[in-house]
Design a protein around this ligand. Structure first.
Ligand SMILES: Nc1ncnc2c1ncn2[C@@H]1O[C@H](COP(=O)(O)OP(=O)(O)O)[C@@H](O)[C@H]1O
Ligand SMILES: [Mg+2]
Length: 355
């Protein structure tokens, strides 16, 4: 098992004066997996990644990195050697618009000491992996945000490291660009890279990560596979849409739905939660996550002549709840109000972040 570990944080801690930005983090990232590092703004994600990149010195604890088959403790003596096996994208990269990807990538390959004679070939190879061969000699100022971000990731992996560390690679990107970055991350995994990826967006992490580490106030509060986290969360959300927007009073409709599905959700009545999102036109029903309950709910809704055209149990929805519960453990778990408010606040926060 030890042979699998690519990065190990052991009791990793960073204090800024009296403030603990990162507290006693223990985390192991294994070969070939994507670990999502998930937490709200200010949780300590970037601080952790900066310590990994030796841009910040830990106040306590250790970082171990595998390079050339050996797991070694990061120190001032071996940092260049160990960090050679990692490609970092720590902040949104900015490039001069007048240069081309070929120039930028050549520069990074040379900077990282990639064998000179092979640099040209390597540049074309990486650009091809990212599906940007047609753009290799175009000026970056003509590129979309997503394409620029891809060039940022490309420059991070020019020297062909085994490990790729991406700090919020999708923040500030539009949905299309996000999709591109997501596909790129999956591609990197496919070619054998180990990936440590941070985000404050739950669904982004849940789409790609094999395991998710949740950090809040500098502390690791969960580290597991999505499936296990979901099992722990024990609750799920059904999303459904009707063929037409409801005409009758939506409150009455929600009451009616609540009445007919409450016996089927498998969760205690005080946790019952049926909701409708005006913007997305999506109904939500909280339930225990069991497929039989899901089927019963669907059948009952159809029997009651709700003309459902979309019905799903999105993964991110589950994690979202788990995340909110964990980030707010003392919080009132009455999901009729609180969770929805939290959710709305979180969404607002995220939207502001993106703008
Ligand atoms: N150089 C610094 N000096 C003092 N506080 C810092 C410094 N860098 C980060 N912090 C604080 O540490 C906390 C974690 O920050 P950060 O790691 O950037 O969070 P995240 O990346 O999860 O949004 C925040 O409260 C932030 O204000
Ligand atoms: Mg950050």
């Amino acid at each position: 098992m030890n042979n699998d570990v690519m990065i190990r944080f052991s009791n990793l801690t960073k204090k800024f004066k009296d403030f603990y930005a990162v507290s006693n983090i223990d985390l192991e990232i294994r070969k070939g997996e994507i670990v999502g590092f998930l937490g709200p703004n200010g949780a300590g994600k970037s601080t952790t990644m900066k310590m990994l990149a030796y841009l910040l010195k830990p106040s306590e604890g250790e970082i171990w990195i595998r390079s050339n088959g050996e797991l070694k403790k990061l120190s001032s003596h071996n940092k260049d050697y160990l960090l050679d096996n990692i490609g970092f994208l720590i902040e949104n990269p900015t490039f001069y618009g007048n240069v081309t990807p070929r120039l930028v990538l050549k520069y990074f390959a040379k900077l990282k000491g990639y064998p000179r004679k092979q640099v040209n070939k390597r540049v074309e190879e990486v650009i091809a992996i990212f599906g940007m061969s047609d753009w290799i000699d175009k000026k970056i100022k003509t590129f979309s945000k997503g394409m620029r971000q891809k060039i940022g990731v490309a420059s991070a992996i020019m020297h062909d490291p085994d490990i790729v560390v991406l700090d919020e690679p999708s923040t500030g990107l539009d949905p299309q660009a996000r999709r591109e970055v997501r596909d790129l991350i999956l591609k990197l995994k496919k070619i054998g890279k180990t990936i440590f990826l941070s985000s404050h967006l739950l669904y982004e992490v849940s789409e790609v990560a094999d395991r998710v580490a949740i950090i809040n106030n500098g502390k690791l509060i969960a580290f597991d596979t999505l499936d296990n986290l979901e099992a722990k969360a024990k609750k799920s959300i059904i999303h459904f849409e009707l063929i037409r927007q409801p005409e009758e009073n939506i409150e009455n409709m929600l009451k009616n739905i609540e009445e007919i599905v409450t016996p089927l959700t498998g969760i205690s009545t005080e946790l019952n939660w049926v909701d409708y999102n005006e913007d997305s036109k999506v109904f939500q029903i909280f339930f225990n996550g069991h497929p039989e309950n899901q089927l019963n709910i669907l059948e009952t809704l159809l029997k009651n002549r709700y003309k459902i055209i979309e019905f799903s149990v999105p993964k991110a929805g589950l994690l979202e709840n788990l995340f909110l519960e964990m980030v707010n453990p003392e919080g009132n778990h009455d999901f009729n109000n609180n969770s929805q408010n939290n959710l709305n606040n979180l969404e607002k926060e995220l939207i502001m972040e993106v703008q």
